[in-house]
Design a protein around this ligand. Structure first.
Ligand code: R5P
Length: 286
């Protein structure tokens, strides 16, 4: 087995290869003047190739498809496609008539040249049902918990009910309390957002979410937690997009971090051990 990674996941790919003790291949990728992408896979190919590429932003999606094609062309017999951040996952159903189910379109295209698929903290577990090949959903909860443990966090908070399970898993790994923020409408124009059942006054709190995009959700949650007396507030997510006014919004917390599913200067936590274990497990079942 060898590991190759596209431009979106070079550092993560190298870390995964190191943990697995296998060779890492970096493809040659460039852009033509008209914006089209060119890839070339050099070096010795193994029968089993692990291809790691986050499908964000858009160019990285095309790069993934071209790399899959190049690997097959070079003779790879099995391609395990690892998508650390699965772009387009949030449009996973039809909200208005005439829309595409973008997550399904992505899944179907990714699997065209794959023999197995691995995703990390997908927007919804149900995305896996669109794969007809072995598909695995990994979670960053353990590595996030390890990071937060070093910061003496006493409470893990999900900014909404939907993320409660994630907060629970992180908190249980750390052996600390957890809760989620609940919106209560007191009157037509008064809404109170506070932890469902916990008093966080004087505590060091970590807000844990799957994605930080514009940072609006974190900023709002931090304001509420601050007004309720939290001593320190950290924000941690798996997928750090940090777009728009995100940096301004992050000033509302004492510190923040993301994993390396999307590589940036904020990727202070690596999911490499989680992915390496996932690869071992899925290979064992192929
Ligand atoms: C929502 O379902 C997600 O879990 C995140 O809370 C959301 O995507 C964050 O977006 P933003 O950073 O733009 O508030």
């Amino acid at each position: 087995m060898k590991v190759i990674a596209g431009k979106a996941s070079q550092s993560l790919g190298k870390r995964v290869a190191k943990i697995l003790g296998v060779e890492f291949l970096a493809p040659h990728v460039e852009k033509f003047p008209d914006g089209e992408i060119y890839v070339r896979v050099e070096g010795e190919i193994d029968n089993d190739m692990v291809l790691i590429q986050t499908t964000y932003p858009n160019d990285r999606i095309l790069e993934l498809f071209l790399l899959q094609d190049a690997l097959r062309e070079r003779g790879a017999e099995r391609i395990i496609t690892v998508v650390p951040y699965f772009g387009y996952s949030r449009q996973d159903k039809i909200f208005k008539m005439g829309e595409a189910i973008s997550a399904r379109a992505m899944a179907r295209h990714i699997q065209l040249y794959s023999d197995a698929f691995i995703g990390v903290d997908l927007h919804a577990e149900s995305i896996l049902r669109w794969f007809d090949i072995p598909a695995m959903h990994l979670h960053a909860t353990k590595v996030i918990a390890k990071y937060l443990q070093e910061m003496n966090v006493g409470v893990v908070i999900s900014p909404d009910k939907g993320g409660y399970e994630r907060a629970r898993l992180v908190a249980e790994s750390m052996n600390v309390e957890f809760d989620y923020l609940e919106k209560t409408r007191l009157s037509g124009d008064t809404v109170v957002i506070k932890p469902k059942s916990m008093d966080i006054a004087g505590k060091i709190v970590a807000i844990v979410d799957d994605i930080i995009s514009t940072g609006g959700t974190i900023a709002k949650a931090a304001e509420q937690l601050r007004s309720q007396g939290a001593r320190k507030i950290y924000a941690v997510c798996t997928h750090g997009l940090f777009i728009g006014h995100a940096m301004e919004n992050m000033k509302k917390v004492d510190d923040f971090a993301a994993t390396d599913t999307i590589e940036s200067q904020h990727s202070q936590i690596t999911v490499a051990p989680v992915i390496a274990q996932g690869i071992r497990d899925i290979m064992g079942n192929l």
